[in-house]
Write a protein that binds this ligand. Sequence first.
Ligand SMILES: Cc1cc2nc3c(=O)[nH]c(=O)nc-3n(C[C@H](O)[C@H](O)[C@H](O)COP(=O)(O)OP(=O)(O)OC[C@H]3O[C@@H](n4cnc5c(N)ncnc54)[C@H](O)[C@@H]3O)c2cc1C
Length: 485
Amino acid sequence: MDPTSAGRDPVFDVAVIGAGIVGAAIARELSGYQLSVALVEARDDVGDGTSKANTAILHTGFDAKPGTLESRLVSQGYALLSAYAEKTGIPVERTGAVLVAWTEEELAALPGLREKAEANGYPHCRLIDPDEVYRALPALGEGVLGGLTVPDESIICTWTTNLALATDARGRGTEVLLDHAVTEVAVGAEHTTLTTRGGTVRARWVVNAAGLGADVIDGLFGHRRFTVTPRRGELFVFDKLARPLADRIVLPVPTSRGKGVLISPTIYGNVMLGPTSEDLDDKTATGTSESGFEFLLGKGERLMPRLLQEEVTASYAGLRAAVDHGDYLIEATAEQRYLLVGGIRSTGLTAGIAIAEHVTGLLADAGLELTPRAELPEPPRMPNIGEAGRRPYQDAERIAADPAYGTVVCFCERVTAGEIRDACQAPLPARTPEGLRRRTRAMNGRCQGFFCGAEVNRLFDEQTRTAAPTGPAGDDRAVTPRQEA
Ligand SMILES: Cc1cc2nc3c(=O)[nH]c(=O)nc-3n(C[C@H](O)[C@H](O)[C@H](O)COP(=O)(O)OP(=O)(O)OC[C@H]3O[C@@H](n4cnc5c(N)ncnc54)[C@H](O)[C@@H]3O)c2cc1C
């Protein structure tokens, strides 16, 4: 297990490809054992793929297909991520959800959905009549026929989740290798060599958690078992003034295409409407479209006309990694010391930690030796960027100790100079203004940076000029595992 044995090429025990929520959770879990782990990411930040652009609901798994791996891992993931969020300070609000029926057909489907929830181990759904639906959500449009409550559906910060998992993994010894897009794979008798844009990475075992790129990596290992279709979901984010209209999640009756268009409060105090569902060819097409805009306007008009009178502050799109397989596709190939995590479409934020535990079990069955570390560092305590918890600008004691927390720079989102500094000096620091947005909310508000952008960028430049370089240089060298503590 010693990755730095004298006279041998440095080889990681495990390389995990992809630093989204799933890959970061796997790296964190594996580095709880006496293993040297590399988290190998193509982009210049963790959580910059699908994990940054979703609807950010912590799902109970009530509507998963019973008996599937997805159903089991979503429901386990709900419990695991809820507990982890408590420990690390990931913002979560237990808003609950109401599934709303607008047609006779949807109404007829509700009892079946309640039974499905029970089959998934979630017994708390309740059928309610239209009056009760309107009491819970008075701003809904006319024509509601009934509803089903899901009291434990919650909203969560997907950005902080990804950062917490990756920071935790790093704290446990994982080497986070950014700007390391894997382009070639050579499986040898003792180890696999990954050729990446940031240098060569060698590892005995490789886990493919590359999300939209998982089929390509699988192909580099010689498999042709699935194709990822990017399924775009576009969303509108409404101004915070809209929040009283939707203090819980409004779910549609799901179809075979997915969970449908919902209205949800966000953890940052806004309301969102979406996502659309559109299969594309281009895995980089995260732009929004005129047709998506029109479609969401139509849906919004029906679901909650008053919402459309509020201002839209932003719109964005995320790409689900859709596959033909009706379930998660998680398989180990022992002879290649390789494991695929594919088809994590619409539930990976919730299921990530449970997927990591499942993957670890499969790796052990395939021959990876697992010895728990005697001691593990405490998980990180993440900065709170949720609206329900106390933010630095509200914390008199903190401001007295460090006036930078009293200097608001982004006024829409009330982000302070202290938080910008912290984000640039964190163990996984912001390396771009986009990374800063995800760590602090700076420039995410009503003005979208029009008012504060210059000052935020000035502070960011100042901090990144003074911060010590953290990432690998990106030259063509072999990457060496860190010495174990
Ligand atoms: C519109 C939408 C709404 C959603 N809503 C929810 C929700 O409410 N709740 C929920 O639980 N889930 C939701 N999801 C699903 C969830 O976001 C995903 O399942 C989850 O983010 C997948 O994480 P991941 O780590 O597998 O993928 P990603 O986050 O995409 O991470 C994969 C990483 O691999 C990297 N990579 C790819 N190729 C290579 C390569 N060759 N070399 C190195 N690195 C590579 C990528 O750069 C990327 O960072 C939603 C998804 C979408 C699109």
